[in-house]
Design a protein around this ligand. Structure first.
Ligand SMILES: [Fe+2]
Ligand SMILES: [Zn+2]
Length: 451
């Protein structure tokens, strides 16, 4: 009796599990992936190009009802379980207690969590509470006392998109540009008041800036300024801060005098550098060598508007890269990345990786790679469109700094002897400096629990 009871209870569960399998297969077949079939299978391997939703049109994981609408939502404690609610949204006690900002829970200097989250009782309740002005004090059933600012509580209830914008320091949309930016390119005098803030504002908005009036009698002032953008410079197989002339000291086309078409650097790293900078210290006995910048986000935006399928392919097919010119070195990212990446929280373009010289494998079955080439050809055409190209002759005293995740760079061929200095700064490092310079430590640190 009991055995048959178990069987009748478990049978439907087994059925429901097996029902899930075709659904999972269906989901997998929708993604842009190649699935090898078992040997001897009558099915041929198939690559599906269609229907993988992109970040900006993916169905939200959560319904809108889970998020707070912007505004001054009231903070209340009450109801049958004495819950804290912000604009009617319940904030679970475990989150509140885990994010108590008191000095016993968070280290005042390091802002690191001090308590053991999993020692907090699951049955924790609010014993008493008091709201005064813009904060609510709570006495918990375990005796601990916490105080929460209403702005933090409201922020915790905001959409992922809003929270991502705060985390990334992107309250305003970037401005896309073309060749006409040459009429008034963004620039900041190195000794201007709040120069750092203005430099980052330009980079966040336009993807690049000039820093002007820099002493170029030695490379040191350039090194100091670039170091200030991230705290320190990135070390690579080319070194850190560099001063180079066209002598092929490092085996890379960048160290020659030939023309370089627009590209991003470091596609061969898992994480390409966030900022890249050039300072032409001298150019003697020759001419040429104009610098080219192209707004990769704008080109991607145009591609999406004109050739949606191509955009989808470049956003989903992983591409590999390598750096192998130096003896004993062959660097490759730990995985392939698409040419265009999106932020999963906002759907916005996050990164363009484009370097034909350094490209290795395209992560498609060989018989299908034409699809990627066709898509990439369309993107290449946009990148090379005259209206998208901004050309400028660099001059001593002016450092060019650009966001290597957004802006492509190149140069025309040149003659004579050219000495250029520059460096890379990692993305996390410069975004950290940018946020601190713009909002101040208090606000940036205050946003950590909620963004
Ligand atoms: Fe480069
Ligand atoms: Zn506490």
């Amino acid at each position: 009796m009991s055995a048959s009871g178990i069987m009748t209870r478990s049978a439907p569960r087994l059925r429901s599990l097996s029902n899930l399998i075709p659904k999972t297969q269906k989901l997998l077949s929708r993604s842009l992936a190649w699935t090898p079939q078992p040997e001897g299978s009558e099915h041929r391997a198939k690559w599906q190009t269609t229907k993988r939703p992109l970040a900006d049109e993916r169905k939200p994981l959560w319904e809108k009802a889970y998020f707070l609408k912007p505004g001054d939502a009231p903070v209340e404690v009450g109801g049958r379980h004495n819950d804290l609610r912000v604009g009617g949204l319940k904030v679970p006690n475990i989150w509140l207690r885990d994010n108590c900002q008191c000095s016993a829970c968070f280290h005042g200097d390091t802002r690191q969590r001090l308590h053991d989250t999993f020692q907090i009782s699951r049955d924790l309740t609010i014993k008493s509470h008091q709201t005064e002005g813009n904060s609510t004090d709570i006495e918990w059933s375990d005796g601990h006392r916490s105080s929460y600012s209403h702005s933090m509580l409201r922020q915790a209830c905001a959409t992922f998109e809003e929270r991502a914008k705060i985390r990334q320091g992107l309250p305003e949309k970037p401005v896309y540009w073309g060749s006409s930016i040459s009429e008034s390119p963004p620039k900041v005098a190195h000794d201007a008041p709040e120069a750092l803030k203005a430099i980052f504002h330009n980079i966040r908005t336009y993807g690049f800036t000039y820093i002007t009036g820099v002493d170029y009698s030695t490379p040191e002032p350039t090194k100091d300024i670039l170091t200030s953008l991230g705290g320190f410079l990135r070390q690579t197989h080319y070194g850190g801060f560099y001063v180079f002339t066209a002598d092929l000291a490092s085996k890379d086309t960048a160290y020659t005098n030939i023309a370089l078409e627009a590209h991003t650097d470091n596609t061969y790293f898992t994480e390409p550098s966030g900022l890249q900078a050039f300072h032409l210290l001298s150019h003697t006995d020759g001419s040429g060598g104009a610098s080219l910048l192209v707004d990769g986000f704008k080109a991607a935006f145009d591609l999406k508007a004109k050739h949606r399928e191509a955009y989808d392919i470049l956003s989903t097919v992983n591409v590999h890269a390598h750096a192998s010119g130096n003896d004993g070195i062959s660097i490759q990212p730990y995985r392939g990345f698409p040419v265009i990446s999106h932020d999963p929280a906002t759907g916005d373009i996050l990164q363009v990786r484009w370097n034909s010289s350094d490209r290795a494998a395209i992560e498609l079955p060989i018989s299908e790679v034409e699809k990627w080439y066709d898509a990439a050809r369309k993107f290449d055409k946009l990148l090379k469109k005259k209206q998208n190209e901004y050309w400028e002759q660099l001059t001593p005293g002016n450092i060019l700094v650009f966001d290597n995740w957004r802006v492509l760079h190149g140069r025309s061929a040149f003659t004579g002897k050219r000495t250029i200095s520059g460096a890379y700064v990692m993305r996390d490092d410069w975004i950290s400096k940018y946020k601190m310079s713009r909002w101040g430590e208090g606000e940036v640190l205050g946003a950590i629990p909620t963004s």
